[in-house]
Design a protein around this ligand. Sequence first.
Ligand code: BDP
Length: 695
Amino acid sequence: MKKLLFSLLSLCAPLGLRAEDGHQLWLRPHAAVPVTVVAPAQKSAVLATAKRELQQGWQGTAGATVALTLRKDKAIKYDGFRLSKQGVQAATERGILYGVFELLRRQQTGQPVAEEVSNPSYEFRLLNHWDNPDGSVERGYAGKSIFWRKDSALVVTGRDKRLWQEYARANASIGLNSSVLNNVNASPVILSAAYLSRVKAIADVLRPYGVKTYLSIKFSSPVLLGGLKTADPLDPAVVKWWQGKAKEIYQQVPDFGGFLVKASSEGQPGPQDYGRTHADGANMLADVLRPYGGLVMWRAFVYSPSDKDRAKQAYNEFVPLDGKFRDNVIVQVKNGPVDFQPREPFSPLFGALKKTAVMPEFQITQEYLGHAIDLAYLAPMWAECLQSDTYQAGPGSTVARCTDGSVYRQAHSAMAGVSNVGLDTNWTGHDFAQANWYAFGRLAWNSSAESAQLAEEWLKLTFQNAAAGSQPAPAAADWNAGFLAPVTQLMLASREAIVDYSMPLGLHHIMSATHGHYGPGPWWAPPGMRADWTPPYYHQAAANGVGFDRTTAGSNAVSQYHEPLASQFNDPATCPDQYLLWFHHLPWDFKLKSGRTLWDELALHYDHGVQQVRQFQRTWDQARPYVDAERFGTVQNKLRAQSGNAVLWKDACLLYFQQFSHLPIPATVEPPMHTLDAVIANDLPPQRGNGPARP
Ligand code: BDP
């Protein structure tokens, strides 16, 4: 035993000395002890992966025997698995792999393994990459694309393959089984023969980890790539073109997952260009893919400048089409009715489409939540949406249950997240943004997972035993009290802090576009700009008050919600404070439930957000003994920048709104350190955080 311990320690030592650059994610290597794996005899790349992972990561009893058993069972659904003393049982090879990762995670985080079954909430759990063929990433804050490259786009290098393999392994470890490799604003070249050969190379690397490959397509590809005169979905030549393309794809990638489509949306071509509906477009592609078992994920993110309330449009376009989609179409709906804002009520399409498969789309990349500068743990935001009750089929019809097949029968179920992954060494830019990739996968597996539990798991896997240099590792109890508990609390409070210092009380879309949706811009409205792309359209600030009137007396967006929500949202006395200015335009001296006026409450929220970030800085500074120097310094610098940017948000918004309210900033609120003229004139750029340069 002593000998074993000694050899374990000597194995650990070199690992402990490695600089922690974050590249290993939540899969930092551990010295494994020997284990015997009994696996089915069949040749299978996924089973081979499962076996290898067990052997490389086993930390249970040395010399134990673990059986991997492929057997169907009434209790096991999709890629679910059963854990027991004997090992892992599943109905699919993927299920075995996920069971193995769960077993290893339990060992690493010190959680017991009981006899239990774990089934995924959703059949398909996807990352959507907004990666362009030239290697840029739309709304990416972690470097260039891991899939595409401008210079030698089509040459697949050993480095490419290693990276794709690490990526696939990370996904498998959290239960993700699908990746869409390119931007929803799709380039037609992705379907050219040359690019499809790279798609095949990627798919070949992802497959042994159980990850299926999908592509976003441009609806007008038959014209742009095929030279046809039209992309009308009802034109036989167009159908034929897509059939040929599908055949070509499946020759290269026999288990290709299907198409993700952004059509008739934000200037993208679509069926409406030809007087056809979303259903006509989606069904044509669905019929083309059906012989191969492919799916169409058709996005409902549609709005046009003519509509008086952008928040209503997706519902208005899609509800009349309910029941008209093929069963291999899933309508992909963003969590909120406008656009991935720091807080929105859930999209009223959830639950309202009763005869159509619907899947939630979340944004993991922090377009509106601080890019790779701010620390924002997003699981609480996604859980808030998933657990919202739509009431569409009676109380308890949560968004999760309306989309996972429990409330309505749907042939397929899925959940998508817009990825935050890039070529940065640590994959996600901010070290804590890795937690969002992790939590997204875990929530797609179990939509009722607790945000706190996921944060703790991630912190343990990512930071435990990462203390600096020659210091002895802190005792577990110290680590729990000094790091795990306070940093979990920091993570749990982080998203609400951003809501508070940027868009509290239901304000939304008031960011500046100058810095790519980072930083305040309530005044931002360049001449000639589409009104629904400018903040004044959303906040409606004026002498008589602030907020967007979506009541029955206003745009009537409230009526898209099922009772009792419609009435609850419609009345400012019953509307939750967090959605107040989303649904109401209220006078500055309106009295809130707290007894304070709207103006004072607004000011207090902005200030609270700033104070929270200061608190995060203190918490992190205290955590220093428990973190490796590199990640400690990087996060510390980013928090510093975030703190300054939070002050900028508070000052800019309060001073801007004060022009209309003409009310004093409450004495308890930290006085502004900027002037409004200075903020507007310079459109002050945010601090980026001057952490150590990354290779
Ligand atoms: C918006 C992004 C834009 C995306 C669009 C979408 O700003 O880059 O193309 O969403 O989801 O939030 O299609």
